[in-house]
Write a protein that binds this ligand. Structure first.
Ligand code: KIV
Ligand code: ZN
Length: 563
């Protein structure tokens, strides 16, 4: 790289704006969406899609709710031409979907494009030529009049060829792109677009789409927004045009460019799924739409099953969606950091306790469920995870709502395991650690048999008698006790036994659904003679028995730990 890049690179010269209004605006409604996946996206693939793949992606775009789809470049090759015929003749295009056909502003290509559209219900004929200062200088060796003439001649031809097709019943609209608009002098862009509008006979009832591409993204999004606002203000026939953007992503700012461009007045966006397209791609339709969604604006597109869309996209294009791709990547709903995990945990709890419909969860800008993703993989437990992470997994994946006081102890058990294996732990392994540490503990004390007898007095106060047979190593012994509930009766029953040296601190019980079965889980907190707290967990179909198993679990854990 150069020490002084200014020796080689010419900085973008922004237009001078005295007043701009776009910074004070907000996006409150979605744009008209146009997908260019099958054209810009396809032309940029190492292996362009075959007919089946194009069809599958077309139907996926329709299912998402895209109503304008640029299908290709029919005059570019026989394959492209035939694909249009397959779509039209095969009845693949719903009545409310418009197919868009791209063509350069060249007479023989325009002619061929009209042949491809026969029989289509709704068509946008999209023609373009390049207008930027750079392209005029190094590619076309012509001035602004030259490129304007090309566009105007094409518009005239298009209008002439349109009559029979419109008479045959096709709803035909026009779109013109001054290609490389971002690098065009704005007064020149206004001039050529106005001439095209006039030549096409645009009216407020029959608007023409003016698509303003950042063919190569070579300025900051705020400069681009200035361009759009300037262009719109200066265009004499503004009311006869739909202002559309076609952002590429060379600076990685395609989404910002589209967003600021909308603030500046753009009404339509050409985009692709996952930002596929030439070089660094086109603007990503999903990010743009979901960004609106997180601000409470319905984007009018449905990404409820983002994994399915990703699978279809990857299969058809043979491209890979990155793990950190917004809203869709493998890792975007995963918190590795312990403090993030704790905050997410608290957010979920807060939302539950307040029965709030609002999404106020730190570190998660969107509810993963809204795009068909699950809570389960949100937290991955690795050596960086905090104490709440493991408890969160137990709750989200298995329905165990551990008491707060137990989080640190269980978190520590999981941490020891992550340090041991050196990799992250999957939820199933965390469950196994929980079972092993708290539930599958039946020695040295085992409950062999038991019976409860419950009566209630005239005031409804309950009285429970517990009788049980316990084994301690080789010794089997009987216990019996009474109390105002099962836990009380059990503690009275073991009074005088060795296990008597624990006091009861706290207890929590809830139901969990295991398949079609409902089980009760009880978390018991006991304190030993040294003031040390110990937890136990009991799981049983019987809600009276679950806490007793929890008490024995805690006692067995304490005794085993001392040995
Ligand atoms: O990037 C671009 O300018 C294009 C045009 C054909 C609209 O793809
Ligand atoms: Zn493009």
């Amino acid at each position: 790289m150069l020490k002084n890049p200014a020796e080689k690179y010419i900085p973008f010269v922004p237009i001078q704006m005295e007043r701009r209004t776009w910074p004070d605006k907000q996006i409150t409604a979605p744009p008209v969406w146009c997908s260019v996946d099958l054209r810009d996206g396809n032309q940029a693939l190492i292996d362009p899609m075959n007919v089946e793949e194009k069809l599958e992606l077309f139907h996926t775009l329709v299912d998402i709710g895209v109503k304008e789809i640029e299908v290709g470049f029919p005059s570019a090759s026989e394959t492209e031409f035939q694909f249009f015929r397959t779509l039209i003749e095969g009845g693949h295009i719903p009545d409310d979907v418009t197919i868009q056909m791209l063509v350069q502003a060249r007479p023989h290509l325009i002619q061929r494009t009209f042949e491809a559209m026969a029989g289509a219900k709704n068509v946008i004929l999209h023609f373009y030529n390049s207008t930027s200062t750079l392209q005029r200088k190094v590619v076309f060796h012509t001035d602004m009049e030259g490129v304007t003439q090309i566009a105007v001649d094409a518009a005239r031809l298009i209008r002439a060829l349109s009559e029979p097709i419109i008479r045959s019943g096709t709803n035909l609209r026009y779109q013109y792109s001054p290609e490389s608009f971002m690098g065009t002098e704005m007064d020149n862009a206004v001039y050529i677009c106005q001439r095209v509008l006039e030549e096409l006979g645009a009216t407020p009832e029959n608007k023409v789409i003016l698509n303003l591409p950042s063919t190569v993204e070579n300025c900051m999004p705020n400069y681009f927004a200035d361009e759009i606002e300037y262009f719109i203000n200066k265009l004499p026939s503004r009311d006869c045009a739909v202002i559309s953007l076609h952002p590429h992503n060379d600076r990685g700012e395609g989404v910002a460019t589209a967003e600021l461009g909308m603030l500046a007045g753009a009404e339509r966006i050409e985009a692709t799924l996952f930002g596929n397209g030439e070089r660094t791609g086109n603007v990503d339709m999903i990010t743009l739409a979901m960004n609106m969604y997180t601000q409470g604006v319905d984007p009018g597109l449905d990404f409820s099953d983002i994994n399915h869309i990703r699978t279809v996209y990857e299969r058809c294009t043979k491209m890979k969606v990155g793990e950190r791709q917004p809203y869709a990547g493998e890792l975007v709903f995963t918190a590795f950091s312990g403090s993030h995990q704790d905050a997410i945990n608290k957010g979920v709890q807060y939302r539950k306790e307040n029965r709030s419909p609002l999404w106020e969860i730190p570190y998660l800008p969107i509810d993963p469920a809204d795009v068909g993703r699950q809570y389960e993989p949100i937290i991955r437990i690795n050596s960086q995870s905090g104490k709440g992470g493991a408890a969160f997994v137990m709750q989200q994946s298995f329905g165990y709502d551990l008491p707060k006081a137990m989080h640190a102890e269980f978190g520590h058990i999981v941490q020891v395991e992550t340090d041991r294996v050196g990799t992250e732990l999957q939820p199933q392994r965390i469950f196994e650690l929980f079972q092993h540490a708290y539930v599958d503990i039946s020695s040295p004390y085992t409950l062999l048999r038991h019976a409860f007898q419950e009566t209630a007095d005239a005031q409804g106060r309950s009285h429970v008698v517990f009788r049980g047979t316990l084994r301690h190593k080789e010794t089997v012994f009987e216990v019996c006790g009474e109390g105002n509930g099962p836990i009380d009766a059990f503690f009275n029953a073991i009074h005088g036994q060795k296990m008597d040296r624990f006091t009861f601190v706290d207890y929590k019980e809830h139901a969990i659904q295991a398949g079609s079965d409902s089980m009760a889980v009880a978390y018991i907190q006991l304190r030993d003679a040294q003031g040390q707290d110990i937890f136990g967990v009991g799981v049983d179909h019987n809600i009276n028995l679950a806490p007793l198993r929890g008490i024995l679990s805690a006692i067995n854990r304490a005794v085993t730990a001392k040995q």
